[in-house]
Design a protein around this ligand. Sequence first.
Ligand SMILES: Nc1nc2c(ncn2[C@@H]2O[C@H](COP(=O)(O)OP(=O)(O)OP(=O)(O)O)[C@@H](O)[C@H]2O)c(=O)[nH]1
Length: 298
Amino acid sequence: MTDTQHRAGFVTFVGRPNVGKSTLTNALVGEKVAITSSKPQTTRRAIRGIVHKESGQLILVDTPGMHRPRTLLGERLNAVVQDTLGEVDVICFCVPANEKLGPGDRFINEQLDSFPRAKKVAIVTKVDAASKASVAEQLLAVSQLRDWEAIIPVSALTSIQLDVLTKELIALLPESPPLYPAETVTEEAMEDRIAEFIREAALEGVQDELPHSIAITIDDIIERDDKELVEIYANLFVERDSQKGIIIGHKGSRLAEVGARARAQIEPLIGSKVFLSLRVKVAKEWQRDAKQLGRLGF
Ligand SMILES: Nc1nc2c(ncn2[C@@H]2O[C@H](COP(=O)(O)OP(=O)(O)OP(=O)(O)O)[C@@H](O)[C@H]2O)c(=O)[nH]1
């Protein structure tokens, strides 16, 4: 009887950096809402992607990887994680099929005990990148961590079992009318999405310490009356002069590439040609400075 009842609620993915949480969010929602990159810990804020089905509405909250804080930025990230996990209906613990369970996974799994309200599901990600035998081994290893509501192997990249995951997750949500209108895919402001696209473009191909040192702010978005054009004025903050050089590149070549990559993502989002002005600025040690963090939107 109750399977005709509509369900809705909040779901979050947790797991070590790089296990595929953002990619899975995007694959389930069907539109690019969270940035992904091959560099760990690129997700910095709780972004909601919304999956609409006849049977229910899944509101996905993408959290940064849980880790031990080293800087003020790290502490704020962890505070976001704690707030998010306290409120959700389902926590999905993600581990990749192609790497053995390690201390990092166990640490995160143990943290989940602090959130008794949420139902807990294990997701084995990236099954396309592992043999059948390794997937089976991983499913067994994960099943021994705790008593999960479900353990679901998926591949976001090759769309394996995504429908099954959606269905299982909706079944675990409370009965509720839809919480968002049908066309909403994310609550995040347009400006934030544009900033994320620029950050993603800037991160491509840069060295290890740089990802955490980049922050984007948007000064202005102007729709031109005389042309089919939107002008976007953005700042790209780095922490040191040496990083400024890396971002800009020889005679500005690298910055031009960043701009072109970002524009290619932003134009379909806003449905117009874009003029993008990117200014690179140095905000010394912004990660450690509470005032600067506030200014940069954290
Ligand atoms: N083969 C394969 N690779 C995947 C899959 N999902 C994600 N990846 C890759 O894994 C890397 C990390 O993916 P993300 O989605 O950014 O990982 P994340 O867990 O959100 O990472 P953080 O934002 O650092 O916490 C990227 O290079 C993805 O392309 C998958 O289903 N199969």
